[in-house]
Design a protein around this ligand. Structure first.
Ligand code: ATP
Ligand code: MG
Ligand code: MG
Ligand code: MG
Length: 565
């Protein structure tokens, strides 16, 4: 490829509204352009990277036995009503009407659609297990779209859904997906950790998140060399005080000394008036707890049935209306809520530590009216990670613990029969009896991976792509090409040779000054650069520099291809 046919869209200035390095560099290097809040166009250069990540994901999913499908982005409301999520999902679900006033949504995820497919297509246990996946555009009306494609509203996700007759089979596929995810992120050249996400309310369910380590990550994760690894996210709701504190400070919040918002504010040295009152709604049913929290946050209306079930909500509602409650979390000690709940997955311990007040129903379902437990709520021992401090032994005895910030790039989950039960996805088992199938789901934020890779791989000059996902492998920079036909010809010839050898080459044929060419190629982040000039040609040499190397070296022209391999 030649720059004359592949215009670069690099910018000198760092766009003012881009907060983190990947967002800044993706704009500056001409990878993406913003259309509206959370909506981005991928320019040709950006799309090359996105496709490379996508291809790695596809190859590994195929290798792990996944079957690719492509489902519609637009989904009928009826399916979401059947699963109960039409009412539950909240404001992140973009609802639309067609010309006949029928309700649809733009899919933020596809459990309903795939379960509907399976209940129609799969009849017998002999057709199981099956693992369908797609790489497709999702829309989530994020409360706070930010960081470019990192937290966008429209983004590219690989989502997979597996179906099984029993839990053993689900466990096997879950492990295969876990391994496939490790291979995917390894191949992308990322430093990542698989961590336990909060364990589900449904017994035996497992969930893991895959985090790319980066200081700008929105989650806190803890891990030890002995294998303990968990998400210990401390401030999951972006509308909470959300002091975007450096990693160092957030680690320290995970000490028993900080229990209240006021203490947190003092600790982080942020003015108290900037912090908000945080309420934790505890209920015997995690779904209800999340729902009530949504209502308090103004994202949802409480219907009569729910109001009747939760008479104790009257007081918190009054407080929310009076502005006394600014943010609310749903929490049941030890529970998670649905995996794709718009309420962020809760580490209850952490949320409770932040709460000013806890309201809700006790375990046997007796409603306690406008209750102020003031942190007297018993905290589950096993899940209590509040005492996690860097350097100490992990809760499982292995240690020492390391606490880092992470970017969630993947999430796998054993769903069990939540959707198959609601939608009635059954198969005939060996004895000819009908059985509800059991299900797993597995997501990767393909477009988020691109941004996460930049968070880990950049310097003051620009992006330093891991070779597997770079838009081009080699930048060819001819020096003095304007005057020298010999240089022009040598560059063209080398371009063709390298292309033929299987490299993706970008030849800078703009006949610009070396400084301009080098700055652009470094900003873009192409892993290898070859400079061709008269002097080198005389000596039968080329100047070669890896993007991450401090200095250039001279390589003989003969045998260049072998040297680059
Ligand atoms: P987050 O906690 O960052 O909001 P999530 O837990 O809501 O993510 P999942 O429902 O687990 O996301 O979706 C699977 C994957 O999709 C995530 O692991 C993440 O990589 C990606 N993803 C989710 N939301 C976004 C978004 N707004 N922009 C880009 N990628 C996203
Ligand atoms: Mg989310
Ligand atoms: Mg998450
Ligand atoms: Mg997730």
């Amino acid at each position: 490829m030649r720059v004359s046919q592949f215009p670069l869209n690099t910018l000198k200035e760092t766009p003012a509204d881009a907060e983190i390095v990947s967002h800044q560099l993706m704009l500056r290097a001409g990878y993406i352009r913003r259309l509206a809040s959370g909506l981005y166009t991928w320019l040709p250069l950006g799309l090359r990277v996105l496709r490379r990540v996508e291809n790695i994901v596809r190859e590994e999913m195929d290798r792990a036995g996944g079957l690719e499908v492509l489902m519609p982005a637009i989904q009928p409301a009826e399916l979401w009503q059947e699963s109960g999520r039409w009412d539950f999902y909240g404001a992140e679900l973009l609802r639309i009407k067609d010309r006949h006033e029928r309700d649809f949504c733009y899919g933020p995820t596809h459990e309903e659609v795939i379960t509907d497919l399976v209940r129609r297509e799969i009849r017998s246990y002999r057709q199981l297990p099956v693992n369908y996946y797609q790489i497709q555009t999702k829309f989530r009306d994020e409360r706070r779209p930010r960081f470019g494609v990192m937290r966008a509203r429209e983004f590219l996700m690989k989502d997979a859904y597996s179906f099984h007759l029993d839990a053993d089979s689900l466990g096997q596929t879950y492990q295969q997906m876990h391994d496939a995810y490790c291979r995917i992120f390894q191949r992308c050249g990322l430093d990542f950790r698989a961590v336990e996400a909060d364990t589900g309310a449904i017994g035996g369910n497992a969930s893991h998140e895959f985090h790319v380590l980066a200081a700008s990550g929105e989650d806190a994760i803890a891990f030890s060399p002995g294998g303990f690894a968990a998400n210990v996210e401390l401030a999951p709701c972006p509308s909470a005080a959300a002091p975007t504190a450096p990693a160092q400070e957030l680690q320290k919040i995970a000490t028993p000394d900080v229990h209240t918002i006021a203490e947190l504010a003092a600790f982080l040295d942020v003015p108290t008036e900037r912090t908000v009152k945080t309420l934790v709604v505890a209920a015997s049913d995690a779904v209800d707890a999340d729902l009530v929290a949504l209502v308090l946050r103004g994202d949802h209306e409480l219907n009569d049935v729910k109001a009747e079930k939760h008479p104790w909500i009257a007081e918190p509602l009054r407080m929310a209306e009076a502005g006394e409650i600014r943010t609310a979390f749903g929490a049941e000690p030890g529970s998670l809520g649905p995996v794709d709940s718009p309420i962020p997955v809760l580490a209850d311990h952490a949320v409770l530590a932040m709460a000013d007040m806890v309201v809700g129903a006790n375990e046997d379902g007796h409603h306690l009216t406008g209750v102020n437990w003031e942190r007297d709520l018993p905290r589950p021992e096993s899940a209590d990670l509040r005492n996690i401090t860097e350097g100490e032994p992990a809760p499982d005895g292995s240690g020492p613990l390391e606490i880092r910030r992470g970017i969630e790039v993947g999430h796998i989950f054993q769903l069990g029969d939540k959707y198959s039960e609601a939608l009635g996805a059954r198969v005939l088992d060996e004895d000819g009896r009908e059985q509800i199938v059991t299900m797993g789901c597995y997501g990767i934020g393909v477009s988020r991976v691109v941004a996460a890779a930049i968070e880990q791989n950049s310097d003051e000059r620009g992006i330093c792509w891991p070779t597997a996902i770079a838009p081009f492998d080699i930048a060819l920079c001819p020096i003095g090409a304007k005057k020298s036909q010999r240089v022009r010809e040598a560059a063209e010839q080398l371009h063709d040779e390298l292309q033929a050898a299987g490299f993706e080459v970008l030849l800078d044929d703009r006949e610009q000054r070396p400084g301009v060419m080098f700055a652009d190629m470094e900003l873009i982040g192409i892993p290898h650069r070859i400079v061709i000039g008269e002097r080198g040609l005389d000596a039968g040499e080329l100047e070669y520099q890896a993007r991450t190397a401090g200095e250039a070296e001279h390589l003989p022209m003969d045998g260049l291809v072998a040297a680059l391999r």
